[in-house]
Every structure is written in C-alpha cells, then in structure tokens.
Design a protein around this ligand. Structure first.
Ligand SMILES: O=C(O)CCC(=O)C(=O)O
Ligand SMILES: [Fe+2]
Length: 291
C-alpha cells in the first residue's frame, strides 16, 4: 500500500510501500503530484540495476548526459557516477569529485539555456557518517522577499555560466570550458505549478542584466543572503536504496561534503529535461517561419 508522508512543512515528501520497477500509471501520477507539491521526493528501499533505474527515471522526462564527461558511467552516458574514482593514481583525493555539490547552495543546470527540470540520485554506497544532502524551497525564498525587492527583480534577467564568477569548471574537459553565458528570469514561474520562485544560483550567476557591475554584485550578495529560508528546508540522511529526485525549477540543494573520504559514497545520478511539447501548427497562410 502506497504511503505519502511530508518530510518538512514546506519541502520534502516521502513515498513508501512501492517498488518503482512495477508501478502503474495511476500510482505514478500520484507520485508525480506529490513531487510537484513538495519539490523533493524520497523513495526508500529500492533494489535496482542501472536499466531499471533508467526506465523509472524516464517517466519524469528526457535524460541527458551531464556536461562533465569524465564522471559519466563508461557504458551509460546518462548516468553520472557521483563520488566514484575520487582517488588518483598517486593516491591523492580529487576534491572536485569528493566535494561535488558542496561548494554552495545551487540549482543544477542554470548554465544551460533550458535548465534541467530535475536531478535524481540513487544511493549505491553510503558512508557510516556524514554525506547528507540539504534542500531548500525557491518558492519560500521568493515569498519571503520584501516587496521592494520583488518589484526590483520583476522582469530582470540573470546571466549564468558554468563556474560562475569564480569559474572553477574543473569537472569539465578542457575543450568544454569555454561556456557561453545564458539568460534566465530571476523570478521564474514554474511551468507546471504556476508558482513564482527565486531562480538564483550564486555559484553560476555572472551578473544581473541592466545593472551597473557594482549594483549587480551587491544585489547578488543580497539574494545569496535571502535565498535560504530556515523554515523551508529538508536535510536528507542517505541509506543505500534511496531514490531522491529534486525539482531544479523550485528548489536549491547542497551536499554536506563532510563524510570520511576513505569511505565510499556513490550515487547513480541522472539529469532530466522536460518532455518535448508537440509543435504547434503554423498559422494558416503564413507558410514556414525560419527561426
Ligand atoms: O551529492 C550530493 O549530495 C548532491 C550533489 C549535487 O549537487 C548534485 O548531484 O547535483
Ligand atoms: Fe547539484
């Protein structure tokens, strides 16, 4: 019997009593709705091989290989092996792998013209202590902004890139590091829930368009202070077999990055895009418009 239990007041929900290998459409619709309503969905106790994990992940959207090629699974490019191969040949810890996602609160894929809809992790190996993942709601961040900031941000775009202002794009191959910035509205309306979110990532944003550099930097600092609302957070303590999916359109996350490095912490990670929408028919009499 499927059970749905909120994990915190404003973010996080757990669904238990299911085996994701065999859920029907009605059950999946309930799971998907719970995810949309709570931004982060936890499903514990799943026994999956890679094919079963990919099959389940594809119910949420289209899987896309992550731009960090060196951390992809050699046979399944859609799978990132989070935490794998963190020791080099000389026995040194690769900190970019060990602390991936721990540098600051962020949302995945803000460097892309169409950011990932969701990221999903399946826990394969979990350390004896530490290594949690923290989540926070972008809706709550927007709701808590003072009116003068909501007005100031209305219609403003941010320019985002891989590595942001500090540019530590160490997980990318050399040839992929010349990233072209993309623009996103800072106040973003979620395409499925219609709710407004503070779409912001201090590690990927370069500037807020239309402001002087000093003013843009000051506003970025102010948003960084306001993006996490203490009453809209959830901290996930992992167990092997957990699946956690978060909605990158309305949540921030952060890896605690604090587990004993000599222990294993490995997740299969997938990046998920929206399903393509059916192209609308061209208006009568206008022929094809190139663009
Ligand atoms: O390892 C984690 O806890 C999360 C890492 C992260 O930021 C990501 O996978 O996008
Ligand atoms: Fe991340």
């Amino acid at each position: 019997m499927i059970q749905v239990r909120p994990l915190a007041e404003k973010i996080g929900v757990q669904v238990s009593g299911v085996d994701v290998k065999s859920i029907g459409d009605a059950e999946f619709a309930a799971i998907y709705r719970a995810w949309l309503d709570h931004n982060v969905l936890v499903i514990p106790d799943q026994a999956l091989d890679i094919d079963a994990y990919l099959r389940y992940s594809r119910r949420f959207g289209v899987l896309e290989p992550h731009p960090s090629k060196s951390t992809r699974h050699p046979d399944y490019p859609e799978i990132t092996m989070l935490g794998a191969n963190k020791w080099d040949a000389e026995g040194n810890l690769n900190v970019a792998i060990y602390r991936r996602g721990a540098e600051g609160w962020h949302t995945d894929g803000a460097y892309d013209a169409v950011p990932f809809k969701a990221t999903q992790l399946y826990a394969v190996a979990i350390p004896s202590r530490g290594g949690d993942t923290l989540f926070a709601s972008m809706y709550a961040a927007y709701d808590a902004l003072p009116e003068h900031l909501k007005t100031r941000l209305d219609g403003r775009q941010g320019a985002f890139t891989y590595g942001g202002r500090r540019n530590p794009s160490l997980l990318l191959d050399e040839a992929d590091r010349d990233w072209k910035p993309v623009l996103h509205p800072i106040v973003r309306t979620h395409p499925e829930t219609g709710r407004k979110a503070l779409y912001f990532d201090p590690g990927k944003i370069l500037r807020i368009e239309g402001l002087e550099p000093a003013e843009s930097d000051a506003l970025i600092d102010e948003l960084a202070e306001r993006m996490i609302q203490p009453d809209a957070q959830y901290r996930h303590q992992w167990h092997v077999g957990d699946i956690v999916i978060w909605d990158n359109r309305c949540s921030y996350h952060l890896a605690a990055g604090d587990y004993p490095p000599e222990e294993e912490r490995v997740h299969w990670r997938v990046s998920i895009h929206e399903f393509p929408t059916a192209p609308s028919p061209s208006p009568p009499g206008r022929g094809f418009i190139q663009g």
